[in-house]
Design a protein around this ligand. Structure first.
Ligand SMILES: Nc1ncnc2c1ncn2[C@@H]1O[C@H](COP(=O)(O)OP(=O)(O)O)[C@@H](O)[C@H]1O
Ligand SMILES: [Mg+2]
Length: 288
């Protein structure tokens, strides 16, 4: 592989814009700008986390990358080639990942492989491998209703990984979990990322989560979503041993990101003056 090829970003947003047509009160169509001038690269094997006020376009950006919707302007490149639709090179994990209730954990993971035409024996082997990777070997034959929220989300992650996607897109995947389970899954996701070399783009509204996971943290502006700043997270905060959250450096990085986010949330509120700032769910996110 040449030096140039190595430096080619895995994911590249080039001045991406996304508008939605919305119906105004009179019934006439109006354009609503959700994302504007998004330029952002993610290196192959990189881990980028994305934070921003509620409604700033984070999920919209991820849907574009997943090929679920198309940009109004600009281009999104994957390995230097424009994205033309969904593909098995990108796995997506949402906050609430619907597992099939009539299928066991291992059968849920096998499902996509079955659709893809992978033979019975190979897909069972793969499914069991990824189930093991997320620490659920002992629960292969359990049905979703017999699993906790954290376990279900692990199955969802294993299901996405089983395709062996080069890129994993995660939209607040741990938001619905309790704090302890969330931290555990963060640690596991980092371990899986180091082991598989998957490129990850992870959306969160938790600043701590963004710092713990991301090599880089991109902060988005309030509507329309733009990239306000990208922080490089010092390697010292990604040590595999010890409690990085208690390091003074963690607090410093956290404060910088928090300050920026607070400004953006305040801008969201300026656009909606009727709402008292203290009761805003967006600010609750920033403070959490
Ligand atoms: N399909 C759609 N049609 C119209 N507006 C949309 C659509 N999807 C998202 N939006 C709007 O785009 C903005 C960004 O939404 P979203 O990407 O879900 O934000 P976030 O994930 O950052 O909370 C919101 O104002 C939302 O209402
Ligand atoms: Mg969202």
């Amino acid at each position: 592989m040449s030096a140039d090829a190595k430096e080619l970003p895995k994911i590249s947003f080039r001045q991406v814009r996304k508008e939605f047509a919305v119906r105004a009160d009179g019934g006439s169509a109006r354009h609503f700008v959700a994302l504007d001038d998004i330029t952002l690269d993610v290196a192959a094997g990189g881990f980028l986390t994305l934070v921003g006020p509620s409604g700033c376009g984070k999920s919209t950006l991820l849907d574009l990358l997943g090929g679920l919707t198309i940009p109004t302007g600009g281009t999104i490149l994957l390995d230097g080639r424009p994205i033309s639709g969904p593909g098995r090179d990108r796995g997506i994990v949402f906050q609430q990942y619907a597992l099939y209730p009539w299928r066991t954990a291992v059968q849920n993971i096998e499902f996509g492989l079955e659709i893809a035409g992978v033979g019975a024996r190979e897909r069972r082997e793969k499914a069991l491998h990824y189930l093991d990777l997320v620490g659920l070997s002992a629960f292969a034959d359990r049905f979703p209703q017999e699993l906790s929220g954290g376990m279900k989300q692990r199955v969802a992650i294993a299901r996405s990984l089983a395709y062996e996607p080069q890129v994993l897109l995660m939209d607040e995947p741990f938001a619905a979990l309790d704090a302890q389970t969330r931290e555990q899954l963060q640690t596991e996701l980092l371990r899986i990322w180091r082991r598989t070399g998957t490129t990850i783009l992870f959306i969160t509204h938790g600043i701590d989560e963004a710092i713990v996971l991301g090599q880089r943290v991109a902060v988005m502006t309030a509507r329309p979503g733009r990239i306000r700043q990208v922080f490089d997270i010092p390697a010292a905060l990604h040590s595999e041993t010890g409690d990085v959250r208690s390091l003074p450096l963690f607090g410093e990085v956290r404060y910088d990101i928090w300050s920026l986010l607070r400004e953006e949330v305040a801008r969201t509120q300026a656009a909606r003056p009727a709402r008292p700032p203290q009761s805003s769910p967006e600010l609750a996110h920033v403070q959490s």
